[in-house]
Design a protein around this ligand. Structure first.
Ligand SMILES: [Zn+2]
Length: 494
């Protein structure tokens, strides 16, 4: 039995929550001095501490604690004045100690929020906690078809990642977003990624696993006020997958409930290729991990002055930047979202910074340049044209030396590597014909060739002048200033 997304939403209200793991960009690991560089030869960044050898003792990384506090403050959390690490006990081959050092009931940051903008509206996502832990190593299963342990001939383990500082950011359940739940989930992860990037605490690359999401989803029958059983979809590894995973879980759970069954509390896996989730293991309860305070580490008690000075050093966050640009550029929130979603925010800002008007910068980057980027299959920000080039082209247009059509040819020349805008204008002979006498010859020709149009204009139907303007633009191969041509035509016929 299948239930469409729309049918599911008529009957049920979705509630979602996200647990996001972020690898911090510290130079050394959480509890030892090993390097954290990605992509090194397996098992070269290891030592007795991160290999869990008997007798080795961990020491907490001060920078990782500072980064976590930065994240907590940026997410409007309270910072604990005293908290402890805890041992989370479970067995996994890529975790040599058989426990992970994490935080349990005493997280470093609690009770914050992150506002996300969606469809011109702000949705506030509550943050339950931000805590610090260590990453595990990585298992590689060789010889099977699926890359999983089932069917593999043997497995290898790489401990380079073991002990890299990991921050887990847990949202409160997010109810009340209705059919937009999948979009809001995606918008939250996008905003969170932008916040983390602006803080400089992580490279936030989802494809390299430095940002990983688990998505919790449940359904409640509309109007019942009773929340349903949630499932946890693991390791959803792209922004698009966040949206798809929530959407597919909503439809799946609705089908289960409609069939009179109960949703099982379990871990599920999202499959990129099919866009659906499949059942994993049944979910452990916290008690299964036998958490207890880590006896080898002293408590973390960040002095208040330190927390204040970290707060004072936070950069401009995406929400503040958004508010600033919306006001400075006179945009609506929807226009701002369009700019951000097109990946053009930075380039437009850079173009305005070197002198273009916000309207012109947006026009070129969202119009002609977005079209070219799309044709070339690259991001608009990766086009081989600089903000200064675009600002120069728009100033040539504003000065009347180029019209839009010529400007598009200049853009083409710059993208083709023909040099700066001025070099392209000179080499291709693209300047607007501004000499009135040259224009008048073409205008007289157009007037002579179109007596019926002239008659209509003289009858007061001035919009008919467009035909004559078009003829002159054609005769000058687009190099005339259309506004000036129209003026001269009206003078000629008056
Ligand atoms: Zn180490």
């Amino acid at each position: 039995m299948t239930v469409t997304y729309e049918e599911a939403l008529q009957k049920y209200e979705p509630v979602f929550g996200l647990e996001t793991h972020v690898e911090l960009g510290t130079t050394t690991k959480m509890f030892c001095g090993c390097a954290t560089t990605f992509g090194a030869e397996p098992n070269t960044h290891v030592c007795p501490v991160c290999l869990g050898l008997p007798g080795s003792l961990p020491v907490a990384n001060r920078v990782a604690i500072e980064y976590t506090i930065r994240i907590g403050l940026a997410l409007n959390c309270s910072i604990a004045s005293w908290c402890r690490f805890a041992r989370k006990n479970y067995f996994y081959p890529d975790m040599p100690k058989n426990f992970q050092i994490s935080q349990y009931d005493e997280p470093l940051c609690v009770d914050g929020y992150l506002d996300v903008l969606i469809g011109g509206e702000t949705v506030r996502v509550g943050i339950e906690r931000v805590h610090l832990e260590e990453d595990t190593g990585k298992s590689l299963h060789i010889g099977g078809e699926t890359g999983r342990i089932q069917g593999a001939e043997y497995s290898l383990v790489d401990y380079n990642r073991a002990g890299i500082p990991l921050v887990e950011i847990v949202t409160k359940p997010v109810p009340g977003t209705g059919y937009r739940a999948p979009e809001v989930a995606k918008a939250y992860v996008t905003e969170l990624r932008d916040v983390l990037r602006s803080l400089g605490v992580s490279d936030v690359r989802m494809e390299e696993g430095s940002l990983r999401c688990d998505v919790n989803t449940s359904l409640s029958v509309r109007g019942s006020g009773v929340w349903g059983t949630r499932t946890e979809t693991k390791n959803v590894n792209s922004l698009r997958s966040v949206e798809r995973a929530v959407r597919s879980e909503i439809s799946r759970q609705a089908a289960v409930l409609d069939a009179g069954s109960r949703v099982k509390q379990e871990t599920r896996h999202f499959h990129e290729d099919t866009g659906v989730t499949t059942s994993g293991r049944s979910k452990e309860e916290a008690q299964d991990y036998r958490y207890f305070p880590e006896p080898d580490l002293v408590p973390v008690a960040p002095p208040r002055e330190w927390v204040s000075s970290i707060g004072a050093s936070l950069p401009e966050l995406p929400s503040a930047r958004r508010a600033r640009l919306i006001s400075a550029w006179g945009l609506t929130e929807l226009e701002f979202e369009a700019l951000r979603n097109a990946g053009a925010l930075e380039v437009v800002e850079a173009t305005v910074a070197v002198g273009a008007s916000p309207a012109d910068a947006r026009k070129w980057w969202l119009g002609e340049l977005a079209r070219r980027a799309n044709d070339m299959g690259i991001d608009v920000a990766d086009l081989p044209i600089t903000a200064a080039d675009v600002a120069r082209i728009s100033s040539l247009v504003a000065a009347g030396s180029l019209n839009d059509r010529l400007a598009r040819q200049v853009i083409e020349g710059v993208l083709d590597g023909e040099g700066t805008p001025d070099e392209v204008v000179a080499a291709r002979g693209l300047a607007v014909v501004s000499d009135d006498s040259a224009l008048l010859a073409a205008i007289d020709e157009a007037i002579a060739a179109n007596p019926d149009v002239v008659a209509r204009i003289r009858d007061g139907r001035v919009q008919a002048a467009g035909v004559l303007v078009g003829a002159v633009m054609k005769a000058t191969r687009g190099k005339a200033d259309a506004a000036r041509v129209r003026e001269l035509i009206m003078e000629r016929l008056s």
